[in-house]
Design a protein around this ligand. Structure first.
Ligand SMILES: NC(=O)C1=CN([C@@H]2O[C@H](COP(=O)(O)OP(=O)(O)OC[C@H]3O[C@@H](n4cnc5c(N)ncnc54)[C@H](OP(=O)(O)O)[C@@H]3O)[C@@H](O)[C@H]2O)C=CC1
Ligand SMILES: O=C(O)[C@@H]1CCC=N1
Length: 274
């Protein structure tokens, strides 16, 4: 929904993801006058007002003034935020949570009965309009509510609807996903250093390989196995590297890593917040 509908959207807990979303919404045509933000620290509120022209308010004011409330604090801070909001949120509001692990039921049981809640798992490429936001409806969210969430998060990348039972898995794959690629780039750049390349050249080579491979994955329609086979010449260089990756259990490590991320997402929902 764009600014000409005069719907107000508030981002509550405007940190990294909240700001990324806010900046994307403004790029996508939302009027800063229709965007409210809440923060814990005054200096952060001032920073957001100066940078984007949005209006900092308290959580209670956000609930009173905004039609859509996007909860973007850490899962560990969610219960406290909901305690502050609960007296002020009426069921004509749409509540969207971007917090890992937090279920729509967790939110619904703390708000006025029948308040529509949508759970979204974005990722940091929303900063460059290449995000992926995975969206699920709570028990009182209509298809219009889902479409509204899609309009907001669709301004900064793609969206995908899934049943909420798949959200923890999607968090492991997509929410955390960019971190794994950065980790690979970091490790492969170190390999370049070992092989005698200057760090800046190694970095540029790996980043461009990542961009080229990503565009081919997205646009070629080929299976990743086929794309990898095309690089892997008989008795060539690549197969020697692949053998080492398999010897070191990299495939199994990735499977175990994503399973651990999925499990942590589940834990956050069950109140294990340490
Ligand atoms: N980072 C990522 O890649 C992704 C994060 N997420 C989810 O997004 C959420 C935010 O993550 P991220 O942006 O990284 O975290 P940040 O810590 O950057 O942002 C959270 C913000 O919430 C503020 N805050 C906490 N409690 C309150 C409150 N009661 N009232 C107002 N503001 C409050 C914090 O203030 P202060 O700065 O003072 O602590 C902080 O600025 C998390 O739930 C995370 O699971 C989802 C997808 C990807
Ligand atoms: O690490 C985290 O918990 C958050 C959620 C997904 C990405 N970052």
């Amino acid at each position: 929904m764009s600014s000409n509908t005069s719907q107000k959207v508030a981002v509550l807990g405007t940190g990294k993801i909240g700001e990324a979303l806010l900046s994307g919404m403004i790029r996508g045509g939302w009027a800063p006058a229709d965007l409210l933000v809440t923060t814990r620290r005054q200096e952060r509120a001032d920073e957001l007002r100066t940078r984007y022209g949005v209006t900092p308010v308290t959580n209670a004011e956000a609930a009173k003034q905004a039609d859509t409330l996007i909860l973007a604090c850490k899962p560990q801070d969610m219960a406290k935020l909901l305690d502050e909001l609960a007296p002020h949120v009426t069921p004509d509001r749409l509540v969207i949570s971007a917090a890992a692990g937090i279920t729509t039921a967790f939110i619904e049981e703390r708000l006025t009965e029948s308040t529509p809640v949508v759970r979204v798992m974005p990722n940091t490429p929303v900063l460059v309009d290449e995000g992926m936001s995975v969206i699920s409806a709570g028990s009182h969210a209509s298809s219009a509510a889902l479409a509204h969430a899609e309009a907001i998060f669709g301004a900064v990348g793609k969206t995908l609807r899934v049943p909420e039972t798949q959200q923890d898995a999607c968090t492991a794959l997509s929410g955390s996903g960019p971190a794994y690629f950065y980790f690979l780039v970091e490790a492969m750049t170190d390999a370049g250093i070992l092989l005698g390349l200057p760090r800046d050249k190694a970095h540029d080579l790996i980043v461009q390989a990542a961009i080229g491979a990503s565009v081919m994955l997205r646009d070629s329609g080929e299976h990743p196995v086929k794309l990898r086979e095309n690089v892997t010449s008989p008795a060539g260089t690549t197969i020697n590297a692949i053998r080492e990756l398999e010897n070191h259990g990299v495939r199994a490590a990735l499977i175990a890593a994503l399973e651990a991320a999925r499990d942590r997402s589940r834990e956050l929902a069950s109140g294990n917040n340490t």
